[in-house]
Design a protein around this ligand. Sequence first.
Ligand code: ZN
Length: 297
Amino acid sequence: MIFSIHKYYTITLIFAASPKNWAELFPSCGGESQSPIALKSSSATPITYPPLEFINFDFTYGSATALNTGHSVQVSPTLPDGEVPKVRGGGLPKEYKLVQFHFHWGRKSNRGSEHTLDGKRYPMEMHLVFIGTEYKDFNAALNKTNAIAVFSVLFKKSKFDNPILNPLIDVLPDVGSEDEMPVHVFKLLPWDLSSFFRYNGSLTTPLCNEPVIWTVFDSFVPISERQLELYRELEGFDEVNIEDNFRPLQDLNGRTVYKNKAKSRYCRHPFCVFYEKIQPFKYKGYYGWKRLKNYYL
Ligand SMILES: [Zn+2]
């Protein structure tokens, strides 16, 4: 995970040092509750949380900026406080507001995600970073109990472009500093929002602050190889392509990982509304993505 870093020397230290050496430079990175971790369905503790609630999640054009952090592309809503996307429910201890989202990807499609799911690494992972609504900004929330929550979305390779990603991908070649971009963040979430892992972890880039409440969905968002290539063309400050910007897996150290087993599937995504009508059409694995996107968009 990336967080806003404004001091150039900090950036230099982070990217000059391999993640293996982070703990020497940033002691928190050697903590006992670090992220990412290997998620396993079979060993996760089943739990039933109330449904997640998404508020103000339909922000679109002109309300977000994309920033090249040198390590990823980071998108931040630029909305008045009352209109910022918020989440609550789903076992979260309180209400959180979105401060940014960003991506981790691999040089090849057999890697890129930070978390692994049942032993598999996916080509890209998106992190939506939230802070408690009582905090002014991200820095104010650092190191506070229950202050930071991150939603993680895994991307799965698809034969077809995912048109929902295009507004972001279109600005990637020009993301030198900050660019306005159209985005509809709710459409970027996976289809089934009732099935997810929950555990306590950390930020995945220095200073690796703990604690962070992690929610990792186990349904996927499709992305094509062509679209992944456009992420890989993004250059960092050293004019070298940003690739493999994921941290190695961290030890669980006895932490409990929960897997939400909702009583009924809870999904506010427009696709799910459509999907409900076409049972038993099988959407897992994206059979029919090409066919269905015409309906969905
Ligand atoms: Zn991240």
